[in-house]
Design a protein around this ligand. Structure first.
Ligand code: GLA
Length: 371
């Protein structure tokens, strides 16, 4: 009888540990007392994603390897205090306009706007208090085959210098087929630029596994938008062929990284994605494979560009999860988005959202394995 109970207890434990669903717990408090929540989404195969309402940050993403062993593949901090002390956008929602706006200035409908500048003379990732640093409200939805978390934020007219009251919603879905799907949507009451993305840093060997030089990357882009030394696009669109930026064939990140002429050295550029891949629900715009673990990540998106960034600014000083110090090239980002400085570049696809229209951006990070 006792054994039977013991067996039952073990079974129950297994079910609660690996059962699909969503749990929620307090993560800390903002200085004004606002409570920050942490949501844990778990799917049927045990893949787990943790999200906090501060910045919509994905703090952990546990993904199986070729033997079914889980590892946390996203870089991050250990606590709200550490995130608030400052970090390079680990796992965060970035906006109102992700990436750079030259000198923080643009003209829309004949009016000049001046934004907060926070990257030398330029505006980066929404400004001093971008969407990565605000508190989102969340609503969770447990499903039969997927777990969903919807985050909401209202950005007021004039916030960081942007026009219009903007209502933003970001939906994170963890499916039983090991996909992390994201749907961003927004409406405004005045024309405004908008370009939302997710700034997750991935290391498919595990977040504390050193550099990502061995990861093999394919990006379906024949062209890119070259930038000046502050990474503001020159406005030209140039071929990747014959440059270290060519990832049209699977190539290890570390193979040509030293050939890049930049300070710091590394990938930090926007790719012009092949049109036939954009908005495809089956054809990824990028694929990354980590040979040792066999983990594969495919990226599908509705957006025309992707910023490929290899953690060039990481320097071993940033406090990471569990006391880890992330080295330079300790993670990579594939930030699906419109091109940098689009609001000032008339030849780039427009990022202006008009009242009465809805901004929609869909991206999927889909995980699988190879032996
Ligand atoms: C983006 C930018 C990089 C850098 C990181 C954050 O990827 O393109 O230049 O600013 O964000 O450190």
């Amino acid at each position: 009888m006792r054994n039977l109970f013991a067996a039952f207890a073990v079974l129950f434990l297994a079910a609660t540990t690996f059962g699909a669903g969503i749990t929620k717990k307090p993560y800390g408090k903002m200085p004004d007392g606002t409570a920050i929540e942490e949501y844990t989404l778990t799917n049927k195969s045990g893949m787990t994603m943790k999200v906090i309402t501060y910045g919509g940050i994905v703090t952990e993403l546990h993904v199986p390897d070729k033997d079914g062993k889980l590892a946390d593949v996203c870089l991050g901090c250990s606590s709200l205090e550490e995130y608030r002390e400052g970090h390079p956008y680990f796992g965060a929602i970035t906006g109102r306009v992700a990436n750079r706006i030259a000198k923080g200035k643009f003209t829309l409908d004949g009016k000049e706007y001046t934004l907060a500048t926070n990257n030398g003379a330029n505006h980066l990732h929404g400004g001093k208090v971008g969407f990565d640093k605000v508190v989102w409200t969340a609503k969770s939805d447990e499903g039969e085959t997927q777990q969903a978390l919807r985050l909401y934020y209202k950005s007021n007219d004039g916030e960081e210098g942007y026009p219009g009251n903007l209502k933003v919603s970001v939906l994170y879905v963890l499916t039983d087929s090991n996909s992390w799907m994201i749907e961003y949507s927004a409406v405004t009451d005045k024309a405004t630029p908008i370009n939302l993305t997710q700034h997750a840093y991935f290391n498919l060997a595990g977040h504390a596994s050193g550099t990502i030089h061995d990861h093999v990357v394919t990006i379906h882009a024949d062209k890119y938008t070259p930038g000046d030394e502050t990474l503001i696009p020159t406005g030209k669109i140039e071929p990747v062929k014959g440059t270290p930026f060519d990832f049209t064939e699977p190539t290890a990140i570390g193979k040509r990284i030293k050939e890049i002429k930049a300070d710091p050295v590394g990938y930090d550029l926007n790719y012009v994605l092949r049109e036939e891949k954009v908005a495809s629900t089956t054809k990824p715009v990028a694929t990354v494979t980590e040979p040792k673990s066999g983990r594969v990540m495919k990226v599908l998106t509705s957006e025309p560009g992707v910023q490929f960034y290899t953690g060039n600014f990481l320097d071993g000083k940033q406090k990471g999860k569990g006391g880890v110090k992330y080295p330079q090239y300790g993670g990579f980002c594939l930030e699906t988005q419109h091109y940098p400085d689009s609001i000032n570049q008339k030849t780039f696809p427009s990022i202006v959202l008009e009242p009465g229209k809805t901004y929609v951006h869909r991206t999927v990070y889909s995980f699988s394995t190879v032996k």
